[in-house]
Write a protein that binds this ligand. Structure first.
Ligand code: NAD
Length: 377
């Protein structure tokens, strides 16, 4: 059985789905691992490192592969060249990429979307949304600290005292909590807000102040946030305004699964910030938490420099790839027959398993993921 590691072809994608130190985990399961030359180049991993780890470097790695792992979905022309019955494991935003889903179905490829792995305890080690959000959250705090032309920490010196920076974080999920932790480690005074009931305690456990807007909490299915009504959104904005006006740095990370990111901060709110302040919007790519933020650009709104995140985990491709590759190894292990089995080492996902069936998008010439099928067929 052959697992191929694809070279990423999308503009701006710097990560790679497998790292040399984890190749042995796959060969240990019984796979031949074939890597497209140059696959790790942007993550600063040389071909030789894969070869030394036991992988085969091959321009034709995808030909005849039983499973192909990548970060972004394969381009449609590459999907057409896969053998029928092959599997792909990657991020696969089905709503945004209907043509890729159709190509996978038509090529009779069994595709798995890492963002659809159910967030149950057993699947935590396969949860690539969390591993990549961790990288994003850290990066957001570092970007804010780098852009701000002042100290994050309090400095008490013989030449006087410099007060710490005031940082506000909106959205305290995996990325937001990591942004809080990083900003705290750098010495900033951090306040944060999230709509989920459990969030206040999580914010406090990071040493930050949980902002209480005296609004109802908004919790939907699976412990995720629900979408706000217009009235709730307006109240939230009004009550957040003084906190944002006082912030030197604002970091926004709010998201609602399956929806456009909620707009939390209007440009009028940003205009109340002081000269030199910075805004980092991690959600710029998915609709934006901050009005006027542009993914991949820094724009000026009032006195503030507003940085819009674009494929933020790719900005730290080494650690992001390492974490993602571990998620991949764990899901491949789940889908591989145990060594005690007659067909040890065979890639054989068990469709009775909720992780397998939950993350499967296409199988056997059909769209397996019900919401995607309803949207596309
Ligand atoms: P996410 O990326 O979907 O959203 C980020 C945050 O934005 C969430 O905390 C959400 O509550 C918040 N948000 C949404 N609308 C908002 C608004 N209007 N104002 C302020 N904040 C808003 O979430 P995530 O980081 O992927 O995770 C969210 C939850 O899932 C957390 O409770 C987390 O602990 C849990 N989780 C569980 C697992 C698991 O069990 N395997 C794994 C990861 C996360």
């Amino acid at each position: 059985m052959k697992i191929a590691v694809a070279r990423e072809t999308r503009a701006g994608e710097m990560r790679v789905a497998m790292v040399p130190e984890l190749v042995a985990k796959l060969t240990g399961l019984g796979y031949e691992v074939a890597v497209e030359p140059g696959a790790g180049r942007h993550a600063l991993i040389a071909d030789e490192e894969y070869a030394e780890a036991g992988a085969v470097l091959d321009d034709g790695a995808l030909d005849g592969a039983d499973a192909v792992v990548s970060v972004q979905p394969l381009a449609t022309d590459r999907i057409g060249a896969l053998k029928a019955g092959a599997a792909t494991i990657s991020f696969l935003p089905t709503g945004q990429e209907p043509e890729v889903v159709a190509a996978l179905r038509d090529a009779r490829v069994t595709s798995f979307a890492m963002e659809l792995v159910p967030r149950i305890s057993r699947a935590q080690s396969m949860d690539a949304l969390s591993s990549q959000a961790l990288v994003s959250g850290y990066r957001c705090a570092i970007v804010a600290a780098g852009m701000l032309r002042r100290f994050f920490p309090l400095n008490m010196t013989a030449a006087g005292t410099v007060p710490p920076a005031q940082v506000v974080v909106l959205g305290a999920g995996v990325a937001g909590l990591q942004a809080i932790a990083t900003a705290k480690r750098l010495g900033a005074v951090v306040k944060a807000y999230d709509v989920r009931a459990a969030a206040a305690e999580e914010i406090r456990s990071m040493g930050a102040q949980a902002i209480d807007l005296e609004l109802d909490t908004l919790e939907g299915a699976g412990g995720y946030a629900r979408e706000m009504t217009e009235e709730r959104a307006a109240l939230q904005m009004e009550r957040l305004t003084p906190y944002i006006a006082d912030a030197d740095a604002l970091i926004t990370t709010a998201a609602v699964p399956g929806r456009k990111a909620p707009l939390l901060v209007t440009s009028a709110m940003v205009e109340q910030m002081s000269p030199g302040s910075v805004v980092v919007d991690l959600a710029a790519e998915t609709g934006g938490n901050v009005e006027g933020a542009v993914a991949g650009e820094t724009v000026r709104i009032g006195n503030a420099q507003v940085w819009g995140g674009q494929n933020v985990p790719s900005q730290m491709p080494g650690p992001a790839s390492r974490l993602y590759a571990q998620n991949i190894v764990n899901i491949v292990t789940l889908m591989t027959r145990a060594a005690t089995d007659e067909e040890a080492g065979a890639f054989a996902p068990d469709f009775e398993d909720e992780i397998v069936t939950g993350s499967c998008v296409t199988h056997d010439g059909a769209i397996h993921h019900e919401p995607t099928r309803a949207a596309l067929e």
